[in-house]
Design a binder for this molecule. Structure first.
Ligand SMILES: [Zn+2]
Length: 140
């Protein structure tokens, strides 16, 4: 009889132990997801056109300086005002898929429109206009 009681006590202890560890394990991934959620990029379908710094694309603004004051060179994008300068975006097929900064604005760059900078007009023409899923990352 005593041995049976001990077995019951042992089984109960194991069961409680398993229950506690299951509860602890179950609670940890939830916490991890909450933390990770802050860093998950927002994916937005955008209408992505392209431009160069010459007057063909920039008209009277063709001074080689972007709206943020940065020199127009390398890879960057012109985005609507709701995306602050320095916001990072990943545009598939542009800059080898690396994040690029928002450095410029444009009169027609509103809503879901984005304009990619290219060094030459021909490259901008080659890009044309594409509807893409753009990842928006937090500003640096
Ligand atoms: Zn151009």
């Amino acid at each position: 009889m005593k041995i049976t009681m001990l077995i019951y006590a042992f089984v109960l202890a194991v069961f409680v132990g398993v229950l506690i560890s299951v509860l602890i394990c179950a609670s940890q991934p939830v916490k991890a997801e909450v933390v990770a959620a802050d860093h998950i990029p927002t994916v937005i379908e955008m209408n992505v056109s392209a431009y160069c710094k010459e007057s063909c694309c920039c008209g009277k603004f063709a001074d080689g300086i972007t709206a943020s004051g940065a020199v127009a060179e390398g890879f960057f994008v012109a985005a609507p005002p709701e995306y602050p300068f320095g916001t990072l975006m990943v545009v598939p097929g542009y800059a080898d898929g690396l994040p690029v900064e928002v450095k410029d604005r444009g009169g027609s760059i509103k809503g879901n429109k984005l304009d990619l900078f290219f060094e030459t007009h021909q490259e901008a023409l080659n890009w044309g206009r594409q509807y893409l899923e753009v990842e928006v990352l937090e500003a640096k």
